[in-house]
Every structure is written in C-alpha cells, then in structure tokens.
Design a binder for this molecule. Structure first.
Ligand SMILES: Cc1ncc(COP(=O)(O)O)c(C=O)c1O
Length: 344
C-alpha cells in the first residue's frame, strides 16, 4: 500500500472532477473571455465578500503578485521566519518585489501584533520601508496551526495607525475555516489581499486565486501577465477549482481527524521527542538525537509511507482527500513497528 503524505498537493483529480472539467464553456482568458475562469473568480470574490478575484497557476504566483502590489519602492515585508513567502518562493520577495524582509520567530508559525510592531523600522535612509505583513493561515511549517478571527483582530488593532498592509497567505485557509466555522467573508473583510489555493486540501490539480478590490486586481492582472501567468483557455483547469469549492470543502475535517490519529500515535513513540499541536491536516514531529530525518523517512518509505524532511530532525506528514482510513491504520501500524534500538 502506498500512503503519500508528502503534501496535500499530491491529490489527483477524481473521475467526477475530470468529467466536469471537460464539459465547461471556454474562451481566451487573456482577453477576459473565458466564462469558466470568470465564473470561478466571481464565485471566490463573492464567498469572501470582495469586489474581485484573479485566477493564477499557483499560490506562489498569487503571493508574489501581492508582494509586488504592496511593497512599493525600497519596501520590506514582515513575516514569520518559516513563512512560505520567505522560505519556499525562491527568494521571490527580493527578485520580484525587490523587497527586504524582516523575520519574526513565531509560536508554531503564528505571530502577534506586538511582535510585528517591534519589527517596524523608523524612517531613516538606511532602513527599508516596512510595508506589508504576511500572515499565513494555516501555517505550513508551524504544523497546520491556525489563527482565530479574534487573534487577527488583535493584530489589526495593533497595526491600525502604522499604514502597514495585511496580506493573507491562505493556501490552506479552508482547513482553518473547517475548524472555526467562520464565514469566509469575515476573513475577506480583514485583509487587503488574500491568496487561496485550490490545489491543496481542495483537490484541484492546479490553481490559486488572489482576492481583493477591483483596482488592485486590475493591477494584479498586469503583474500576472508579466510573470507569464496569462493563460488562454484556462477554464478547463479553473473548472476543477469550481468543482473543488462545490464538493470538497465539507470533508476537510476528515483529513484533520486522520492527522490527529497520526499525531497521537507519534506521541507514544520513544524515538519521537516532540509533536507540534495537530490542529488541521499537517503533522510535524521531531526525532530524538540518535535518529535523522533521512533515516526515518527511508524506513517509512520502505513500508510504503512517504513524508518530507523539514530539516535534519523534523519530518512533515500531510493528510488529504486521497488518504483513506485504511491508509491511516497502515501508517499508525508502521509507526508502532519501528524500534530504533533494533539493528535494521
Ligand atoms: C502556505 C503556502 N503558501 C503558498 C504555497 C504555494 O503554493 P503553490 O505550490 O501553488 O505555488 C504553499 C505551497 O505549498 C504553501 O504551503
């Protein structure tokens, strides 16, 4: 049995999703004439109570467009040190937005208003201009932890007089909302821009949407084009996003339940020194001194279970809609069967 827990991006489109994709009206989206892309954008903008939205190939692109929209000249972003925009977008904040970055050591990926304020730079020639705060919800390297709306409101209160813009990297926002039950519109009203991903927990093969006001999204279209992200009959893939939003939101808590089962099993293992709180579909754990991530991942792979290393000691496992309860049972069994002291 193969249990691919490397990421929630590994899902494959279901037969029903594929059938839906082949039966939608198409047009040229660079001319704004693809009815399915337009329908997806309108649907997402409506969900979040905002004026407009823009379909893009990836979450990296929607984040990078947002940084370019918000950073201005000689600007800086403020984010948590494990944030995707800092760690995993090929240094795009510097390359695309020509921005500096000020990092905060958060708690399981989450940062507070006070921490952000302490990163603000005075107005001197030798400082970059603090422009945009990126909040990641859920936090990937934090282990799928999420902010509550009241935590976001506390941040907003603290930043009220700073002129800072708030961007939400909501690649897995729907995982957070599945737990809190919040209406997406409540989140839409708290951020200048939001990036959501369709190709993670929602199970579409590709796609991300940037959400904001009309004027910002108009400018975002231009930035998408210069990055090579203007796609022609993109409705065929945007359709998967519509299908995912219509069918795959209500099941996300199953993934969280699966992740919790793995987390509980890990907590009982002598070779595990700690497990991050499992709040959604990501499990991050640290191995004891005698074991490296590479060694343990090789053992898991030998048993058909795939994960990724975060570093020498920490491993990440992610549940998603292609993972069944049998697969979780197998994974838990494999975790219990490992005995580091036994020669392999
Ligand atoms: C928190 C977060 N933001 C953004 C992205 C980027 O998404 P994509 O892989 O579509 O570029 C990811 C991808 O894993 C992510 O985890």
């Amino acid at each position: 049995m193969e249990v691919n827990l490397m990421s929630d991006t590994v899902t494959r489109p279901s037969e029903k999703m594929k059938a839906f994709m082949f039966d939608v009206p198409l047009g040229d989206d660079v001319f704004g004439q693809d009815p399915t892309v337009n329908a997806l954008q309108d649907k997402v903008a409506d969900m979040f109570g905002r004026e407009a939205a823009l379909y893009c190939p990836s979450g990296t692109m929607t984040n990078q467009i947002a940084l370019q929209l918000h950073c201005g000249q000689l600007g800086a972003i403020i984010c948590e040190k494990g944030a995707h925009v800092y760690q995993y977008e090929t240094g795009g904040y510097a390359y695309n937005a020509r921005a500096a970055v000020n990092l905060i050591a958060g708690r399981f990926g989450k940062i507070t208003g006070d921490q952000i304020i302490s990163e603000l730079k005075p107005d001197h020639d030798w400082y970059s201009r603090s422009r945009v705060v990126v909040i990641e919800n859920t936090s990937n390297t934090g282990g799928g932890t999420f902010y509550t709306l009241s935590e976001v409101d506390q941040i907003r209160d603290k930043l009220a007089d700073t002129g800072l813009t708030l961007h939400l990297d909501g690649a897995r926002l729907f995982n957070a909302l599945a737990e809190t039950g919040d209406d997406p519109a409540l989140w839409g009203s708290r951020f200048e821009t939001i990036s959501i991903c369709l190709s993670k927990g929602l199970g579409a093969p590709v796609g991300s949407v940037l959400i904001g006001d009309k004027s910002l999204i108009r400018e975002a279209r231009r930035l998408r084009k210069v990055m090579g992200g203007g796609m022609r009959q993109a409705g065929i893939i945007a359709a998967a996003g519509i299908y995912a939003l219509d069918h795959n939101l209500s099941r996300l808590r199953e993934d969280h339940d699966h992740a919790k089962q793995i987390g509980l099993a890990l907590e009982e293992q002598s070779y595990v020194s700690s497990v991050n709180p499992v709040m959604t579909n990501i499990v991050i754990f640290e191995l004891t001194d005698e074991l490296t991530s590479g060694d343990f991942l090789s053992y898991l792979a030998g048993q058909g279970v795939l994960g990724v290393p975060l570093d020498q000691k920490r491993i990440r496992l992610v549940t998603h809609l292609d993972i069944t309860s049998d697969m979780i049972e197998h994974t838990v069994k494999v975790l219990y069967q490992y005995h580091p002291s036994k020669p392999k």
